[in-house]
Write a protein of this length. Structure first.
Lengths: 116, 164
């Protein structure tokens, strides 16, 4: 069930957070994001450890996340270090607040109805 | 942290008689008026109602946003009706993908509780059970995007809570 969005949603650019959510819309990518958040910048080798998927697959996931601007890779010697872009997560948090107000919006309509 | 991602709770003070609030919540036609849905029968414990989304008549801006979901079918399973005190039902949250059968999936429980206070009725609404919604479904909500905000938020919330 879709609940109507509050007016605050209008002030945000839906295109950007949408790409973040798409980039996190996969268990592996979500776990990668979680690892990067907890462990700071990491190499592919370290990120791949513990996953039952290939290094190539992890690389593909990281690139998808990079396209969304969720992570970035910087060269460090012979390898690339991947890190999370905290600003983007802040966007996602803002959206979270907006959604949490969906019920508020519905309740305000109820209020309007019963207090008439 | 499970509790934080599983449940939403909201409160609002309604300056209206208890009977009026109760009617707006439990008469399916009135409920539809403010929520923006058309239901095929009265609310009775255990009843499964079929409904469709219709733009709300209370707020024109919201109605415009709901327009894209007009006619979308969904089910509402009535749980408890305790006169003028508590009303609860279940539904499939964010079941807004056309042509998808959600019937075998877990539902969330929505509970409205009325409490008399000095200025009117303090209404508490909670929706819980989000942690039971399959990850695959939440992920799908991402991919089909925009529509998936409800689940997106749960998932992001969960992720942030785990990562913190």
């Amino acid at each position: 069930m879709r609940k109507p969005r509050s007016a605050a949603a209008a002030s945000l650019d839906p295109a950007r957070p949408a790409s973040i959510f798409a980039a996190l819309g996969d268990e592996t990518r979500l776990r990668l994001a979680s690892r990067l958040c907890a462990g700071g910048p990491q190499s592919i080798a370290r990120l791949t450890a513990g996953f039952e998927v290939t290094r190539q697959a992890i690389t593909k996931h990281l690139h998808r996340m990079e396209e969304a601007g969720l992570v970035s890779g910087t060269r460090s010697g012979r390898e690339r270090l991947w890190e999370l872009d905290a600003g983007r997560l802040e966007d996602a948090r803002r959206y979270l607040d907006v959604i949490s107000r969906q019920w508020d919006a519905a309740l305000l309509r109820l209020q309007e109805l019963v207090e008439d | 942290m499970a509790g934080e991602t599983d449940r939403i709770e909201k409160q609002i003070l309604l300056r209206a008689p208890r009977g009026r609030v109760w009617r707006a919540l439990t008469e399916s036609k009135e409920f539809g008026t403010w929520f923006g849905m058309k239901l095929d029968g009265p609310f009775e414990p255990g009843a499964t109602l079929r409904g469709t989304i219709v733009p709300t008549r209370v707020d024109p801006d919201v109605a415009a946003k709901q327009k894209q979901f007009e006619g979308l079918p969904f089910e509402l399973i009535i749980d408890r009706i305790e006169p003028e005190t508590l009303f609860s039902f279940r539904w499939h949250p964010n079941a807004i993908e056309r042509g998808v059968d959600y019937s075998a999936e877990p539902t969330t429980l929505i509970v409205f509780e009325l409490k008399e206070v000095a200025d009117g009725i303090l209404l508490t609404v909670s929706e819980s059970g989000f942690d039971q919604i399959p990850l695959a479904r939440r992920a799908q909500a991402f991919e089909s995007n925009e529509k998936g905000w409800g689940m997106v938020v749960k998932l992001i919330e969960k992720y942030l809570a785990q990562a913190a």
